[in-house]
Design a protein. Structure first.
Length: 124
């Protein structure tokens, strides 16, 4: 599993759904839709309408991957921090029962408010 307590694990930028959808397709259940995708260097995160799937690419070849599925139904609280003038990164903190805090950092070009609104619609 990914160490979400290390904030530097993910510095995410928007990514093409067409590129990442085939990589998580075996995990998607019938009726589940991909909403947004973000990529770091090798790792990536896929937001669906039911959960967050974080993928940690491992090994030299990148063929080994750890898929962590975090359902929105288990979120107890969340926080959205938008980018500012000097701090160009946005942050999304999710508190999961039994897991603790999951922090994702997004580069300034990401629309973090849209993600916050989507998560609110499933959590509240």
């Amino acid at each position: 599993m990914i160490d979400f307590s290390n904030g530097s694990v993910f510095k995410l930028s928007p990514a093409s759904t067409n590129d990442l959808a085939p990589l998580v397709a075996p995990l998607i259940i019938p009726g589940e839709q991909i909403v947004a995708c973000f990529r770091a260097m090798r790792d990536f995160v896929v937001f669906t309408d039911k959960r967050l799937i974080a993928v940690n690419v491992q090994g030299m070849t990148g063929k080994k991957r750890d898929f962590t599925s975090l359902p929105y139904s288990k979120i107890q609280a969340f926080s959205v921090e938008t980018a500012g003038t000097f701090d160009l990164d946005a942050e999304l903190d999710l508190w999961y029962s039994g897991l603790g805090k999951v922090r994702l950092e997004f580069k300034g070009a990401s629309d973090i408010r849209q993600l916050g609104h989507m998560i609110a619609s499933y959590v509240l």
